[in-house]
Write a protein that binds this ligand. Structure first.
Ligand code: ZN
Length: 641
């Protein structure tokens, strides 16, 4: 599909492959990249002729033997002239590949293959709107960039070959249009391999036939696809199929191509795909490729890659499965229009992963996802979500910025706008005909959030998308009086000079004397730095900033004055004790240090306990137990029986 360009982590845990427990990876691509040091600069340049034509259809016929790193192919492209007098058609094609011939209905047109471009000169220039077609015959040993565009490897002694073109590697193995301004509307991929091997690819499997020692698999895809999302993987796959459905009740297949030796281990893990599909259908609108399929193909790379309708998976943990599925909406159905805006792919997919933790798992994982991401983002003082250097793969796929901070921009918008407006904005963005099955710009997302919010969000995006750093808050409060008035002052400094002030509301939670007594306030940006009075329906025991991790922030100290008698006690039991003492701090307080002194005041035990239990080895007698929590210090007598 031609559109004017308006304009895949998680460090995989070693046990993540088959563990039933979620694997809190941070990004699909970053972990592997960091481990394999793909830090080299790339030299892909968008050429001037990408807008001359609209690619309507491509038929790829490839011969692959996974035991050899080599490709031979014929790629037929049907295109329409987008300008008057289109005299040549330009493909991105790496110089490491050899063009054997080019065929046109009129014969063999002249072509020039140099500088990673293949220019084919048409016998007669096309007028705007006219269509034509060309077939390119080529072969060679593909060059590799990025995450490994065309990789030959082994599993259990069997050869496997896969492609992974993001961001600039498509041209390294097939003639394509790599600029993010034109999707090919329709494709057929026909791969011939030695008979023991099978090919996984985009779309639906139309036929699988063997001819003597050769097998031919034909995949048909009738949705627009960006060049970097076209992919094949070839090995001795076995497969199984589940079925998902969209809101109308229409079913479509979810196919899994896996290495035979892993079938029994992987199968139980992929069930979550259907649950996540239901969740994303309800949050974002129906799965965008439901006339065909969704699928997984196992491959030997350390992360995952969201190839359209067929994600390639290095492991099958919860997080990677839901992350790659989310990309089908964010990345594939609506594709970034520039690598500067990678958050449209990775930030959204990472946030969708968080939403899967929130909705599909128990209450432990969602808070953990949030705190881990905030800790990761604030581990360095600067860095923007906006990518200023798109020649660096490591910068584009920076896990801290493109994934975690990108995801957290969305979480903060949700905090500012509320769930209803937030999800409405996302659904409107996805269904916008200017971006559906095409490309989007950062500005387009901004416009949809602004339309839903009914106000400008320019400051928000200037500060959080283009700007660097985060606020560092400190809190002072006074609940020393006996009435229900709480005096509060929240102040902000920032971690990076590019943003002197973040004008985002700050969540504040105030705790009362009972177990469940708490009340939430929202400190508006104009009230930061001022002492304000809040009315509280109980005697205040404690106040904290942003306990639910709505914001990217650090806190730089809390000073509170509490009325005497309002503090809940730390409980110690049993007393007397034999070998174990359990310490229960009030809710929200953390034990920082436990010490035991004998009657002569000598320190006999000191520990930062991992649990709320200690096991001091003491002689029978009386001792002084001193406990320091995040909020208070307790000294009490204990007796060892
Ligand atoms: Zn991703």
């Amino acid at each position: 599909m031609k559109q004017l360009a308006i304009s895949c982590l998680l460090i995989s845990l070693s046990l993540a492959v088959f563990s039933q427990a979620p694997d809190p990876v941070f990004n699909d691509k970053v972990g592997h990249m960091e481990s394999t040091n793909f830090l080299k600069k790339l030299n892909f340049r968008e050429h001037d002729h990408a807008g001359d034509t609209d690619f309507l259809y491509q038929r790829m016929e490839w011969e692959i033997n996974p035991s050899v790193k080599f490709i031979r192919g014929k790629v037929t492209t049907h295109f329409k002239a987008e300008k008057e007098e289109v005299a040549s058609v330009t493909f991105d094609l790496h110089d490491s590949l050899t063009v054997d011939s080019v065929k046109h209905q009129s014969g063999n047109p002249v072509y020039l293959h140099a500088g990673n471009l293949l220019n084919i000169y048409l016998p007669k220039p096309l007028l705007k709107g006219e269509t034509d077609s060309l077939s390119i015959y080529y072969h060679g040993v593909p060059h590799d960039s990025g995450f490994g565009s065309f990789v030959h490897s082994h599993h259990n002694g069997t050869p496997v070959l896969w492609t992974l073109s993001e961001p600039y590697g498509a041209m390294e193995w097939w003639p394509c249009k790599q600029s993010l301004m034109d999707k090919t509307d329709s494709t057929d991929i026909i791969v011939t391999t030695p008979e023991p091997y099978r090919t996984a690819s985009n779309g639906i499997l139309v036929s699988e036939k063997t001819f003597g020692s050769r097998r031919v698999m034909h995949w048909k895809h009738r949705y627009p696809i960006a060049a970097y999302l076209v992919a094949i993987a070839v090995t001795n796959y076995t497969d199984y199929t589940d079925f998902a459905e969209i809101s109308s009740g229409k079913e479509f297949p979810v196919v899994h191509f896996v290495y035979p030796e892993y079938l029994d281990k992987i199968r139980p893990n992929t069930a979550v795909t259907l649950e996540a599909m239901r969740l994303f259908n309800s949050l974002f609108g129906d799965y965008p490729f439901s006339d065909e399929k969704y699928g997984h193909a196992q491959f030997g790379w350390g992360g995952g890659m969201e190839h359209q309708t067929m994600s390639f998976m290095g492991s099958f943990g919860f997080e990677l499965i839901v992350h790659e599925l989310a990309h089908q909406w964010f990345g594939n159905y609506v594709t970034l229009g520039s690598w500067k805006d990678i958050w449209l792919n990775e930030g959204f997919a990472s946030y969708a992963t968080g939403l899967a933790y929130e909705h599909l798992l128990d209450g432990f994982w969602w808070p953990r996802w949030k705190s881990m991401n905030v800790e990761r983002i604030v581990s360095q003082p600067g860095g923007s979500v906006f990518v200023d250097d798109t020649t660096s793969v490591s910068r584009i796929f920076n896990g801290r910025l493109s994934y975690s901070k990108g995801a957290y921009l969305l979480h903060m918008l949700r905090w500012m706008l509320g769930d209803e407006i937030f999800f409405q904005a996302i659904r409107k963005y996805l269904s916008d005909p200017e971006v559906a099955y095409g490309f989007a710009s950062h500005r387009k997302v901004e416009e949809h959030f602004e339309a839903a919010a009914g106000r400008s969000l320019r400051n928000f995006f200037d500060q959080w998308y283009y700007g660097e750093g985060f606020p560092i808050y400190s809190l002072w409060y006074n609940a020393g009086s006996k009435d229900s008035r709480l005096q509060v002052k929240v102040t902000q400094k920032t971690s990076h000079p590019s943003v002197p002030f973040f004008d985002i509301p700050v969540p504040l939670r105030v705790y009362g004397p009972g177990e469940g007594d708490s009340i939430d306030f929202r400190i508006e940006p104009e009230d930061l730095g001022k002492t304000i009075d809040l009315l509280v329906p109980f005697q205040v025991r404690k106040a904290v900033i942003d306990p639910d991790y709505w914001l990217i922030r650090k806190t730089d100290g809390i000073t509170g004055v509490i009325a005497p008698g309002n503090r809940l006690p730390i409980r110690v039991s049993p007393n007397p004790f034999n070998d174990q003492i359990t310490i229960d701090p009030p809710p929200g307080e953390e034990i920082k240090m436990v010490q035991v002194f004998d009657q002569l005041g000598r320190l006999v035990y000191s520990r930062v306990p991992e649990k709320n239990e200690i096991h001091p080895q003491l002689f029978p007698g009386m001792y002084i137990l001193k406990i320091r929590t995040s909020d208070q210090i307790l000294e009490t007598k204990i007796i060892r029986q």
